[in-house]
Design a protein around this ligand. Structure first.
Ligand SMILES: NC(=O)C1=CN([C@@H]2O[C@H](COP(=O)(O)OP(=O)(O)OC[C@H]3O[C@@H](n4cnc5c(N)ncnc54)[C@H](OP(=O)(O)O)[C@@H]3O)[C@@H](O)[C@H]2O)C=CC1
Ligand SMILES: N[C@@H](CC=O)C(=O)O
Ligand code: NA
Length: 429
């Protein structure tokens, strides 16, 4: 057997554990596929004495990054630590030292992607990151390779497992938000800081990465409009069900008239939409291309083995490129710089819940404000009296977001409007 391809792992937590387990389980098959074995030479961790989720020879573990970054035998560095620092410096050092890189780190790729690609390109090295978006679901390579013939028009999907798990349990079992979040953390779905999941940042990072590839234009985290799920209440879910809708945290990116729109927020989607049936920690992404039409990618978006599956797929691909002497073949595909459409310019329907003082003429006054701002009401769902107040629940016709926000601002300043209960965008499908 020929010399092994040597790998250094940075991190042995949830994803590192899954990755190492798959490499151990598939060692012979991988060697057969490549004609050369892949061997993990060192694994960087913070705490050498912590129990590990996988059987690992203690001699492999190190807490010194130089044992990997400065080892000339290691040709693939696999970064599974997460966060920006020190992961960014380690990846840059690896690339500068001529090592190929595989990473699952969306925090980094959504902000520092350009810089890392420039380094990799200059050295003709691979920088692969399939696990960074939608865990085990193949989406980066399909967009870069299999769908390269298309002009992508739209991407729409559920790209955060933790929030989908929480919303599913709240919808199906009426569970409490905090309890389900703890469960998602125990299952290894959540980020080290789960605020990134529930506030929509994790999904926004993933959307920035896939939108950049889909529209061949660099979209960074700052370009993505973000709202998380913390304001979604049992009452919103109950109204959605009554109307035949399901609430999901969606990532949506579109190119319209040369501008790219990228947003992450809770959305109501019809129960008959395929995304409404994507439950628990599963993810799904719709991609619409001008030649292929609609495609949907579905699977597990988080967890040790599914994410490890994507990481090991990248390792095998990089190893093959090393063997054939053509690393760096598929690099950055952002050769345009398209303007980003501000959220105020989007047009959609809105579900609104307003709490107002119960007295004659209030509904007419609200309708007047909407009329002045060009917001037309499609359906008045409910007007329920609660003590001295009334809850008005309605869905608008499609309207520009700027107009809706102006109407809400005027309404909030009216003494008879006690509060805006919630505003949720309604996606038609
Ligand atoms: N969890 C998931 O389902 C998914 C995660 N990802 C991404 O994968 C990456 C890893 O996530 P996950 O496995 O969940 O994270 P964990 O927190 O479970 O694991 C992180 C690992 O990195 C090590 N580590 C962290 N910081 C340092 C440091 N400064 N020096 C040395 N070692 C360090 C930790 O060491 P020690 O164990 O000693 O503390 C630990 O082994 C992240 O970028 C995440 O966003 C992507 C898709 C899905
Ligand atoms: N925290 C993430 C993990 C995968 O990227 C999620 O919940 O989807
Ligand atoms: Na993926």
């Amino acid at each position: 057997m020929k010399q092994p391809i040597m790998v250094g792992l940075l991190g042995l937590g949830t994803v590192g554990g899954g990755t190492l387990r798959i490499l151990q389980n598939r060692v012979e098959d991988i060697a057969q596929r490549l004609g050369r074995p892949v061997q993990v030479k060192k694994v960087l961790v913070r705490n050498l004495h912590k129990p590990r989720p996988v059987v690992v020879d203690p001699a492999l573990l190190t807490d010194n990054p130089a044992d990997i970054l400065e080892d000339p035998e290691i040709s693939i560095v696999v970064e599974l630590m997460g966060g920006i620092h020190p992961a960014l410096d380690y990846i840059k050092s690896a690339l500068k030292a001529g090592k190929n890189v595989v990473t699952a780190n969306k925090d980094l790729m959504a902000v520092h992607g350009r810089e890392l690609f420039d380094l990799a390109e200059a050295k003709e090295l691979d920088l692969e990151f399939e696990a960074s978006v939608a865990g085990g679901i193949p989406i980066i390579r399909p967009l870069k390779v299999c769908l390269a013939a298309n002009r992508i028009e739209e991407l729409k999907g559920i790209i955060n497992g933790t929030t989908n798990f929480i919303l599913t349990k709240m919808t199906q079992e009426g569970s409490d938000f905090g309890e389900v979040l703890k469960e998602a953390q125990a299952l290894g779905y959540a980020e080290a800081d789960p605020t990134a999941d529930v506030e929509g940042l994790d999904a926004a990072r993933k959307l920035a990465i896939v939108a950049s590839i889909a529209f061949n234009s660099r979209i960074t985290l700052n370009d993505v409009y973000v709202e998380g799920i913390t304001k979604v209440t049992a009452r919103d879910i109950q109204y959605a069900r009554q109307m035949g809708y399901t609430i999901k945290l969606l990532g949506i990116a579109k190119e319209i008239d040369g501008k790219v729109e990228a947003r992450v927020h809770p959305a109501m989607i019809p129960d008959c939409h395929p995304l409404a049936a994507v439950n628990d920690a599963f993810n799904a992404i719709f991609v619409k291309g001008d030649a292929v039409g609609e495609t949907m990618f579905y699977g597990r978006g988080a967890g040790d083995m599914p994410t490890g599956s994507a990481v090991v797929g990248d390792i095998i691909d990089v190893a093959r490129n090393i063997i054939k002497g053509h690393t760096g073949r598929i690099s950055c595909t952002c050769y345009h710089q398209k303007p980003v459409r501000p959220i105020g310019e989007i047009v959609c329907k809105y579900f609104l819940r307003l709490v107002v003082t119960e007295k004659p003429g209030v509904l007419a006054a609200i309708a007047g404000v909407f009329g002045d701002q060009g917001v037309s009401i499609q359906t008045l769902i409910q007007q329920e009296t609660i003590g001295d107040s009334a809850e008005i629940v309605l869905v608008t016709h499609p309207v520009r977001e700027d107009n809706l926000q102006m109407a809400l601002k005027i309404l909030s300043d009216m003494p008879s409007v006690e509060r805006v209960g919630n505003v949720i965008r309604v996606e038609r499908g």
